[in-house]
Design a protein. Sequence first.
Lengths: 132, 136
Amino acid sequence: MPYYKKGEEFYSPLKSAKNTGSAKSGVHHWIHQRLTAVALLILLPWALWSIHANILGASYDEVVAWLSQPLNAILSVLFIITVHYHALLGVQVIVEDYVHKEWLKIAKLVAQKLFYVASAIACIYAVFSVAL
Amino acid sequence: MSDENIKAKRPLSPHLQVYKLPFSAYMSILHRATGAFLSIFGVLLLLAFCYTLMCGAECYDAFVGLLGTLIGRLFLFALSVCAFYHMFNGFRHLFWDSGKLFKIDNAQNAGAFVMLATAAAVLGYWYCAYYYVLMK
């Protein structure tokens, strides 16, 4: 009879064998997805409103003037970070669910991570260079 | 009870080819599909917007011109449907995460509400876009 800590009677022996279990981690992924979701419930309506009120039908100079206001620039950067993070967490789950060839899965996960980080940095750089 | 009887009484798992998915299952699939669409095309649009804005007026005007074509507008319309649906249904998911709306009736009513809210928001958004901005 192997030794179990109280409350861990139903853990599979694999957990002790592989230390953190087969999935290794996951709670922080889940929590971050909800956190970014809540943030986006505020930021997305703001973005949709801004598109309607300040970007649609506006000239280049008007859009630049809009983005140059500090509050708009800050909210834009927050929106960019949150959207990219939320999207990355989402597509990661999709690939983990549907791609079963191990090498292809890892390749896609790495490519996604690199793409979303690069895209986020490019967007933030663009906002700063327009706004400042 | 013999083994045969026990086997016959066991519930069958849903066989996807003959199983009629419930409404909330379609909404769940749609949530993921719209999320994937937004993650790819929404992010690319955001990137293109920021990048062309940084590159200058000519670049930005070309970008806006491209979105102004029929295909561009259809693309934006599809994107807006995805964004509103994913936002409203995501709100429903957050209710579930906090332990609410789990009764079948509540879950389905909330789903119907999400559908109606999405339709209303998309139509309202595009009506305002055309009426207040693009027609002027």
